[in-house]
Design a protein. Structure first.
Length: 67
């Protein structure tokens, strides 16, 4: 999902999504390590989505403290 689409979501939805994606990334990382799956690109996409959400979280914190 694009950052623009994430900005439209509420803060609670983004937090919930971060937790879900982190859990999904953990499971996928173990599946990759045990060679149960070979979908490396999916792991990369999840990590990028988590990074986008964390960036938006940081932006909102800085905008609140900056005002």
């Amino acid at each position: 999902m694009k950052a623009k689409e994430w900005r439209e979501k509420s803060e609670g939805e983004r937090e919930k999504t971060i937790l879900e994606l982190a859990d999904k990334a953990r499971k996928l990382r173990f599946d990759l390590a045990t060679r149960e799956t070979k979908i490396h690109s999916e792991y990369r996409k999840i990590k990028k989505d988590i990074a986008r959400l964390e960036t938006l979280k940081q932006e909102s914190l800085l905008s609140i403290n900056g005002d």
